[in-house]
Design a protein around this ligand. Structure first.
Ligand code: PMP
Ligand code: GLN
Length: 381
């Protein structure tokens, strides 16, 4: 028998794969894994076809196609009035997840500590552990999931290397404010602590609130890797393209890993995306598009026994079922699939300790008809 020592002994298959598979097996409406159930803009598909016909079928440059990097720089400048140099500070990645992995791999050495806020996107902690790093966890408390920065400071040690931020946040739909950013600046100025800022939901922010990107704060920008995803921007999660922004010194390290991790990513899609996002009207309506879906879904669920938590951003709506049952959230979500035909994500999956607040997550990036059908079923629970 081969003796293989797992590098991630406590890790199973990601909850998103598990729940989507169960949804398919039980023919349930899938509000679990975050992806749209409607088509992306056919113009985008045409642009990919065109790029293929135009011959963009060989390796793209290692850090990304120049056309796309330049278009990203223009987009970022238009949105935030901040400049990133496409040659040295922008790298196109195979989605946000690869950007996260690569940034961590470029920085984290064995024994380094990384602070994460839980519930958290499920790739952060295993990636840190795979690299021999240690995860220091700050547990956010429902319903607001706010951060007490004095408590964060208590997690600092001489080994603290990085803090991972995620705003708007998956799964809670909470966002960081400018006060949060000011508190963070006070906490880390004078240290060498770096930031990995997962901003894949930057456009999905509601009620006229402003996305607080770390790039808006020079003290934070100079020490941050910012992660973005075209999957969210273009309603095309299956394309697995995204990018990372970082100052040259950090990006140099990022690219050292990127070149041996994927080398470069899908060439025709890079051309198509660049062409598409050159036109800001192709993405500027995203917040109102998803806000309408959020409001539609929340109104429908108001007639159910679920208690809705606030949702300020992302395409996730969390809800407490404590008035319905005291089952574990994993058991409750299994029963929702089997008995009621709706798949969700138990929020305990976003904690390493499986903290269970009796909360589940719905994805509302779905056709209104899908949301209405799901709500009909959820009203019976
Ligand atoms: N970060 C968060 C918080 C996410 O929700 C996702 C989405 N799946 C990602 C990163 C990864 O994005 P991508 O699908 O582009 O890898
Ligand atoms: N980010 C998506 C979610 O939270 C899923 C990503 C994935 O399947 N890895 O549902």
């Amino acid at each position: 028998m081969l003796n293989i020592q797992s590098k991630l002994p406590g890790v199973g298959t990601t909850i998103f794969s598990v729940m989507s598979k169960l949804a398919a097996e039980h023919n349930a409406i899938n509000l679990s894994q975050g992806f749209p159930d409607y088509a992306c803009d056919p113009k985008l598909v045409e642009l990919v076809n065109k790029a293929m016909k135009d011959g963009f079928n060989q390796y793209a440059p290692m850090p990304g196609a120049n056309f796309l990097k330049e278009t990203i720089a223009e987009k970022v400048e238009k949105l935030y009035n901040i400049k990133y140099n496409p040659e040295t500070e922008i790298t196109v990645t195979a989605g946000g997840t690869q950007a996260i992995f690569t940034a961590l791999a470029a920085i984290i050495n064995a024994g380094d500590e990384v602070i994460i806020f839980e519930p958290a996107y499920d790739s952060y902690a295993p990636t840190v552990k795979l690299l021999g790093g240690l995860v220091k966890t700050y547990e956010l408390a429902p319903p607001a999931y706010g951060i007490d920065w004095d408590m964060v400071k208590k997690l600092f040690t001489a080994k603290t290397r990085m803090i991972i931020l995620n705003t708007p946040q998956n799964p809670t739909g909470s966002i960081l404010s400018s006060d949060d950013m000011q508190s963070l600046i006070k906490l880390i100025s004078g240290t060498d602590i770096l930031i990995l800022s997962d901003e894949v939901y930057e456009h999905l922010i509601y009620d006229e609130q402003k996305h607080q990107s770390v790039m808006l704060y020079p003290e934070l920008k100079q020490r941050s890797f910012i992660v973005a995803s075209f999957g969210k921007l273009l309603h095309a999660t299956g394309w697995k393209l995204g990018y990372c922004l970082a100052p040259e010194k950090l990006m140099k390290e990022f690219r050292k890993v990127h070149q041996f991790n994927v080398f470069s990513v899908n060439s025709p899609m890079q051309q198509a995306i660049a062409e598409y996002i050159k036109e800001p009207k192709n993405y500027t309506g995203l917040a109102s598009f998803f806000q309408q879906k959020r409001d539609y879904f929340r109104d429908l669920l108001a007639e159910s026994r679920f208690k809705l938590l606030p949702c300020n951003g992302s395409y996730f709506q969390c809800a407490s079922y404590s008035d319905i049952s005291d089952e574990k959230d994993t058991d409750f979500s299994m029963r929702l699939i089997k008995e009621f035909g709706v798949a969700t994500i138990p929020v305990s999956a976003f904690y390493q300790k499986s903290t269970d607040h009796k909360i589940i997550r719905f994805c509302f990036a779905k056709e209104n008809a899908t949301l209405a059908q799901a709500a009909e079923k959820l009203k019976n629970v």
